[in-house]
Ligand binder design. Structure first.
Ligand code: 3H9
Length: 694
């Protein structure tokens, strides 16, 4: 076999070591499955082979089925068929799990007679995150190996477990540094004896009552999740049906779910998130600058949260304020956040101490002198930001990245206030910064390629999903959000009530609608900004704020929170106030159907997304989806705004936007040039991304 073969086999001392080498993650492509089948059959037929070790090259064992093959015509051998061949061999097969064994990768290992894992290996069945269930015997073999209740937990949560946990629950037989050597030794030990395949009866399933109890709790935690429901049903079949029939139950669920549009959307989400890491136009070989120490300027809620991100990732960070008093307040807030995590049990006391130990509070910008990356997180005031960046050009060490956390302001203008604009970019965190996954990395005109690469790499180290945005007002996410916010207010004036607007979005899958969100964040925040800018764009929100209804914190906002301070009830006073404002403006209110409300909220955002893409602010439609999925709670099973637009059909969106524009006279609602072109060509945002990637 040549070196390019994804599966090779070498016989030494009576053992055939079958190796998978299919970078980057050894996904089980058709070529790998074919290679595995041939290698298994050859080892079975070779009298010199007494036992078999299944190993893999690189840092991953097997990341599962090749997700890019889903939705394409199947190529034999199928994965279940390949696994069945290994399981039925009369010679022992031991899996040498060197790294992640996920999905189909773990299912391959379950078809082996024994498993040895490296201490750092992770084992899991993450199929639910792709809207499917394990489809190569995982739902039938794992319960029969470790018990039905623990197996369902692993499948339904989709989170991998450690090698140590896997050894404790019987999923792996041994944990060893040198997995191939340990697997060889185990394989030889097993040769000639009875082979310990996963039992096909109910021996290991555990009590049915315990399973049903666990299943009920899991289904309650995951309402309306077809993948989790299918996992529970397939595992239940272990009790009710023979092994082969259980496999048929699993297969039927797998095929149904794989072909469901929700799974296609979740696969898009998976690939879009990874594609967002690729920065178009970056010179080949651009490396990141080393970042051993960070500084955050401003110890407000945002700055404190950003400092926590660095500390959580083990990077020492200086939190800088203008006065001792502000600094102490900021540090106390950070300490309080960690204390809450300890109380909830999600953080150990010593881990808290370690993280706090990485955050050093200092007064004065000079404290940024030893940082490799400085993140400014002060008020949204251009003058103040320019002053800080002007000073940083002298204080920060040569080569340090100077980032601004601005949500709206012009990063080019900020960069122009220093003599080193190549070091300047935006790192826009989302609140709460220590929780939210999205990081918009704003590439300014003069940003150096390696500065950009550094921000992206640091973003990943901070466990964020970084997405590059060009410079514009609000960048990708907030610029689109502004369109939705404008429509939400307008819908109130035309006839809807806050609960109607919010319901359209929660029914669609958002956790919260714009008005409930506004009440949570505080209506006064944007009211003050509008006042300062003399904007009259939100008459209802302004009237509420002027009446002292700031939201949850005053127990009254768009909703009434007097019951328990947190649950908002529709308030007749708010309805009366809205009706009054409509009347004052001469607007005849009308009942607005839920479908229209949803379209009025989403289509203008999609339209703005198309403008953002057309202007090159976002490199891919998938980047826009990644922003909305990770920063704004867009429901993942619809794939993000641009993927959703494709599923609705671009001509329909164009037609509706034209109607909205004509009815309102708002030229912003006229379809964007790119949207028009794609609709006219019968193309889609997905096709546009695919063309750009090719
Ligand atoms: C399944 O197994 C179904 C079966 O039950 C039934 C079948 C019948 N396929 O994440 P990374 C690519 S469903 C194709 O950046 P990391 C990825 O797109 C599967 N491609 O690396 C990226 O490409 P690019 C269940 C895949 O080190 C590159 O590999 N399994 C697959 O941060 C590097 O990926 C899963 O859901 C795949 N399965 O993390 C596991 N996996 O460089 C999915 C990755 O062109 N994978 N790629 O952008 C993962 O969770 C992570 O990739 C892993 C590595 C933890 C393995």
């Amino acid at each position: 076999m040549t070196q390019q073969e994804p599966v090779t086999s070498r016989v030494e001392d009576g053992i055939a070591v079958i190796r998978i080498a299919n970078p980057p993650v050894n996904a089980l492509s058709a070529a790998v499955r074919g290679g595995l089948k041939r290698a298994a059959e050859a080892a079975a037929a070779d009298p010199a082979v007494r036992a078999i070790v299944l190993a893999a090259e690189g840092k991953t064992f097997i990341a599962g089925a090749d997700i890019s093959e889903f939705g394409k015509p199947p190529v034999p051998p199928s994965l279940p068929e390949t696994i069945a061949i290994f399981e039925s061999l009369s010679k022992p097969v031991v899996a040498a799990i060197n790294g992640a064994a996920l999905g189909g990768g773990l299912e391959v290992a379950l078809g082996c007679h024994a498993r040895v894992a490296a201490p750092s290996a992770k084992l899991g069945l993450p199929e639910v995150t792709l809207g499917i269930l394990p489809g190569a015997g995982g739902t039938q073999r794992l319960p029969r190996l470790i018990g039905a209740a623990p197996a369902l937990k692993i499948m339904a949560e989709g989170k991998p477990i450690s090698a140590k946990e896997a050894q404790a629950n019987g999923l792996v037989d041994e944990v060893a540094e040198d997995v191939v050597a340990a697997a060889r030794a185990l394989a030889l030990k097993l040769a000639g004896g009875t082979l310990p395949a996963v039992p096909k009866d109910r021996t290991n399933l555990g009590a049915r009552e315990a399973f049903e109890e666990a299943a009920a709790a899991i289904l309650k935690r995951n309402p309306n999740n077809p993948s989790v429901e299918a996992c529970a049903d397939a595992v239940r079949a272990c009790f009710d049906k023979p092994f082969e029939e259980g496999l048929a139950v699993e297969r039927a669920h797998f095929t149904r779910l794989r072909d469901d549009p929700r799974s296609a959307a979740l696969r898009h989400v998976f690939f879009a998130e990874r594609a967002a890491a690729r920065i178009p136009g970056l010179p080949k070989g651009t490396g990141a600058r080393p970042v051993a120490k960070a500084a955050v300027i401003g110890a407000g809620t945002m700055g404190g949260g950003i400092a926590m991100c660095f500390a959580n990732a083990g990077i020492p960070v200086t939190l800088i304020e203008t006065t001792e008093e502000n600094l102490q307040r900021g540090l106390e807030r950070v300490e309080g956040n960690y204390a809450t995590s300890v109380k909830r049990g999600s953080l150990a006391e010593d881990a808290k101490a370690k993280r706090m130990g990485l955050i050093e509070g200092k007064v004065g910008l000079e404290a940024a002198a030893d940082a490799d990356l400085v993140v400014e997180a002060v008020f949204e005031e251009m003058g103040l930001k320019k002053e800080i960046f002007g000073k940083l050009q002298e204080i920060a060490k040569p080569g340090a990245i100077l980032a601004t956390n601005t949500s709206y302001l012009d990063v080019d203008e900020i960069a122009a206030s220093t003599s080193r604009p190549a070091d300047v970019l935006g790192m826009h965190f989302f609140s709460p910064a220590n929780v939210m996954k999205l990081l918009e990395v704003v590439r300014a005109k003069e940003t150096a390629p390696d500065a950009l690469a550094t921000a992206m790499e640091i973003g990943r180290k901070l466990a964020k999903v970084p997405v590059v945005s060009g410079v514009c007002y609000g960048f990708i996410g907030n610029r689109m959000l502004a369109r939705r916010t404008a429509q939400a207010e307008r819908l109130l004036l035309e006839g809807a009530l806050p609960q109607d607007v919010d319901k359209a979005l929660t029914d669609f899958g958002f956790r919260m609608g714009p008005f409930a969100m506004s009440d949570l964040a505080g209506i006064d925040v944007s009211w003050r900004i509008r006042k300062a800018m003399n904007l009259k764009t939100a008459p209802v929100a302004d009237a509420l704020a002027e009446a002292g209804r700031f939201g949850q914190k005053t127990k009254r906002g768009f909703y009434d929170y007097s019951a328990d301070g947190r649950t908002g009830a529709p308030d007749p006073e708010v309805a009366a106030l809205i009706e009054r404002i409509s009347a004052e403006r001469g607007i005849t209110r009308r009942p607005i159907p839920q479908e229209e409300i949803l379209q009025r909220l989403l289509f203008p955002m999609i339209n703005e997304g198309a403008r953002i893409l057309g202007e090159g602010i976002a490199a891919r439609a998938g980047d826009i989806d990644t922003v909305w999925l990770n920063g704004y709670g867009w429901p993942s099973w619809t794939g993000g705004p641009m993927f959703y637009a494709d599923s609705v059909g671009l001509p329909k969106i164009v037609a509706r936007l034209r109607e909205f524009a004509a009815a309102s006279g708002d030229t912003n609602l006229e379809p964007a040039a790119l949207l028009l072109r794609l609709a006219h060509e019968g193309s889609s945002f997905t096709a546009l991304d695919e063309k750009a990637a090719a």
